[in-house]
Design a binder for this molecule. Structure first.
Ligand SMILES: C[S@@+](CC[C@H](N)C(=O)[O-])C[C@H]1O[C@@H](n2cnc3c(N)ncnc32)[C@H](O)[C@@H]1O
Length: 351
């Protein structure tokens, strides 16, 4: 192998290794509480998700009856370094099958034995012994693009997971291709990808509720975290903190209908235009002027406040490239970071 290909392979391996961080139950609960009604009678699929380690699995299995789910499907991936090894997210020592074989678990019944509505789910083995529930090795490697996983995807109504960030474009493209509802975690910056941006612009994808803050993810012990402030170890378990991790969804949210309150008046000196474009720069979403009806470049955090009745998204740009609306964000030679190009909707002009 020449050194170029070797480097490429190493890069790929490093990137894949970086995909190994695991979502905490509290983060899942915080987001999922907003969508309860939309899950009734639905088949939920958590792919890219080792059922023996996943808090997504734990959340949906524990809340199976409360949400009124029809079925829960979870599949793992042989490429994950925790397959067959104990990361011990769910404290189920000894239960996890050994070896690199990925698994699928299908749940259709979660008995509430003492009928108090509460289900204690530390014991997946107990759950799997119930009629109607299945745990079986997958035939292939559990890749979300494999035929086997696509068949499970077709059977499902809503996909909920934290997919590999390195494959985010392909992952979302597949959900759209199969016309699925979804609620997934991703890096906020993914909205600057051409394919993802187009979905946002076309109102086929938007942000969920719990965005912007810092989230802590459990990582395997050998996960390299060079920045001390982004690392913590609690009871021997290693966590990585990540900012800018958002929920991406096409499930209905109430926040999409909230109008962003604008209070600032447009004063030309406060909102300079980009050097070669008739577009004004706005440095903070809260400063969007209420009485300006031309095109504005706003920070990408705007998407979290976007109400399609109030604004129109025209494009996205930085100082070197643009998508859909020709504009580069340079003011008097100074380069401005990513900006979403927006304009207030006509019907709001009279307000
Ligand atoms: C960010 S982690 C999240 C794991 C889990 N969903 C969670 O949130 O706790 C993404 C997972 O996707 C797995 N993965 C990577 N490439 C994959 C692929 N092509 N198909 C399926 N899973 C994949 C990784 O091994 C990793 O375990």
């Amino acid at each position: 192998m020449d050194s170029k290909s070797l480097n490429r392979n190493l890069n790929k391996a490093n990137k894949a290794k970086k995909d190994e961080f695991y979502t905490q139950l509290t983060d899942i609960e915080k987001e999922l509480r907003h969508y309860k009604k939309q899950f009734k009678g639905k088949v939920v699929y958590c792919n890219c998700d080792d059922p023996y380690e996943s808090n997504f699995f734990k959340y949906f299995a524990s809340n199976f009856n409360a949400l009124g789910l029809k079925k829960l499907i979870t599949t793992s991936y042989s490429g994950s370094p925790i397959t067959g090894k104990q990361l011990s997210l769910l404290e189920m020592e000894g239960l996890k099958p050994e070896g690199k074989q990925p698994f699928k678990i299908e749940i259709t019944k979660v008995p509430d034995e003492n009928t108090d509505g509460a289900i204690n789910l530390t014991d997946v083995e107990w759950l799997l012994k119930r009629d109607g529930n299945v745990s079986a090795p997958l035939k292939a490697n559990g890749d979300f693009r494999s035929k086997e996983c696509i068949e499970l995807l077709k059977e499902s109504d809503i996909v909920v997971t934290n997919p590999p960030f390195s494959l985010f474009r392909d992952y979302v493209a597949q959900l759209i291709e199969y016309n699925k509802k979804f609620l997934i975690l991703g890096d906020q910056n993914a909205i600057t990808y051409k394919e993802i941006f187009k979905l946002i612009k076309d109102n086929k994808l938007w942000f969920g509720y719990d965005n912007g803050g810092i989230k802590w993810f459990q990582v395997p012990k050998d996960y390299d975290i060079p920045t001390e402030s982004r690392k913590k170890i609690v009871d021997g378990v290693k966590y990585l903190s990540m900012g800018r991790i958002n929920w991406f969804t096409n499930l209905d949210t109430t926040k999409r209908y909230h109008e962003l309150t604008l209070y600032k008046k447009f004063i030309p000196e406060e909102f300079p235009k980009y050097d070669n474009y008739n577009v004004v720069n706005v440095d903070r979403v809260s400063d969007i002027p209420m009485d300006y009806y031309g095109v504005m470049g706003v920070p990408i955090t705007f998407v979290d406040k976007y109400n399609p009745e109030q604004f129109e998204i025209l494009g996205i740009a930085n100082s070197a490239r643009w998508i859909d609306f020709k504009c580069l964000t340079i003011i008097k030679g100074k380069r401005i970071y990513n900006r979403v190009l927006i304009k207030q909707k006509y019907e709001n002009r009279t307000k």
